[in-house]
Design a binder for this molecule. Structure first.
Ligand code: CA
Ligand code: CA
Ligand code: CA
Length: 382
């Protein structure tokens, strides 16, 4: 999974930086994906991304993460939903039973193209969104990340699900946790999903196989007067359509949104959210490590090509022989990464970090902000 992601990231830039790239048809995409899988099958298993990412907790613990909530935070401020008799999980036999809590399906994920949203990482009073600005820059090369995301959501190839756990109080609950999954339609018809009536399966890649816990989500969650505020999150975001999927691991993630009063908080219930704002930080070292792994997988290079230059940017080291071999590669990501010109473009993104995730006074990550809308989703199974 990781390897496919890496190549996909490179493919994003391959497409974005190729002036003569023809529009990518879905059949081209599928072809490249299958080739990437073939390539990845031949190399040793890589480490789990979550395991070595700074500031990422491996355990998205269901009973922790809210220890810094004050007692006042747990006081019920009075319901602003219609009263609910059944809340997940419930031991009341009259209530719906099931292994999954109420869910939300993202109908919109729109990367903000500038600094007008969503979170102020630098604490200077202005929002930060470097990824949005980078993607805007790449738009000049014919890339439209938001259009690709929208299309993938409409077609059902990009399914983000939120699952709300232990939401025992309609307005404010210190035990509440939110998991994020990639998923798929449980039935062939995707139209009902967009209308909030879909049933979904969780993609097993969203589950840590060792612990059986969700890999991604928010550890600190509160809902006050219908306003959701989830933070301390780790997520994976996907940028599909550029190839099969470009994925990025996000740390320090935060989601704010309004919870629709129609929310059904029982097992298998559906929760609509609106005016969502999602923010986070994408770590530079992760980015270039992933590119180096991708280069290593490409047989035309077979080694890391990026080395940090000390100013935040990265040098790329490709010999003329490697470059010549890569231009003959059947894998688009390898053709791109193996080009001296385009890998320099990537290397020079390094200094655009603007977030300091480890408080050493040196920026190490790219800020990110997106607008989110979500409709109800019933999560039925893995
Ligand atoms: Ca700022
Ligand atoms: Ca469906
Ligand atoms: Ca830092």
């Amino acid at each position: 999974m990781r390897l496919i992601s890496l190549l996909s990231i490179t493919a994003l830039f391959a497409l974005s930086c190729s002036n003569d790239a023809a529009p990518i048809s879905s059949s081209d995409t599928q072809e490249d994906v299958s080739k990437e899988k073939d390539v990845s099958a031949d190399i040793p298993k890589t480490k789990d991304m979550a395991a070595d990412t700074p500031k990422i907790a491996n355990d998205m613990g269901r009973d922790e993460g809210n220890t810094d909530m004050t007692k006042a935070d747990t006081v019920d401020m009075g319901p602003d939903f219609p009263p609910q008799t059944c809340l997940f999980p419930s031991e009341d036999v009259k209530c719906p039973q099931g292994p999954y809590g109420p869910g939300t399906f993202f109908t919109k994920v729109e990367i903000v193209p500038d600094d007008s949203c969503c979170f102020d990482f630098t604490k200077d009073g202005d929002f930060d969104n470097e990824i949005g600005k980078i993607l805007t820059t790449l738009g000049a090369f014919g890339i439209n990340a938001n259009q690709n995301i929208a299309t993938a959501i409409q077609e059902g190839s990009l399914v983000y699900l939120l699952e709300y756990e232990s939401w025992e109080n309609e307005t404010q609950d210190s035990d509440l946790a939110i998991n994020l999954y990639f998923g798929s339609d449980a039935a062939p018809d995707f139209a009902d999903n967009l209308l909030g009536m879909g049933d979904f399966l969780i993609d097993s890649t969203s589950i840590n196989q060792a612990t059986q816990e969700p890999k991604w989500g928010f550890k600190k969650v509160s809902v006050k007067d219908g306003n959701l505020d989830a933070s301390d999150g780790i997520l994976r975001l996907s940028f599909p359509g550029l190839l099969d999927a470009v994925r990025m691991e996000i740390v320090d993630a935060r989601l704010t949104a309004k919870i629709d009063p129609s929310a059904d908080l029982s097992a298998g219930g559906r929760v609509i959210i609106s005016e969502g704002k999602l923010s986070g930080a994408f770590l530079r070292e992760e980015f270039f490590a992933s590119l180096n792994e991708a280069a290593t997988i490409c047989t035309c290079m077979g080694a890391s090509i990026f080395t940090p230059r000390g100013d935040g940017n990265y040098d790329c080291d490709i010999s003329p022989a490697q470059e010549a071999a890569c231009q003959l590669s059947p894998v688009q990501g390898c053709r791109f990464l193996g080009s001296k010109t385009t890998c320099r473009v990537l290397g020079n993104l390094g200094s655009r970090t603007d977030v300091d995730t480890d408080n050493d006074q040196v920026t190490d990550a790219f800020s990110f902000g997106a607008l989110i809308e979500g409709t109800g989703a019933k999560i039925v199974d893995l």
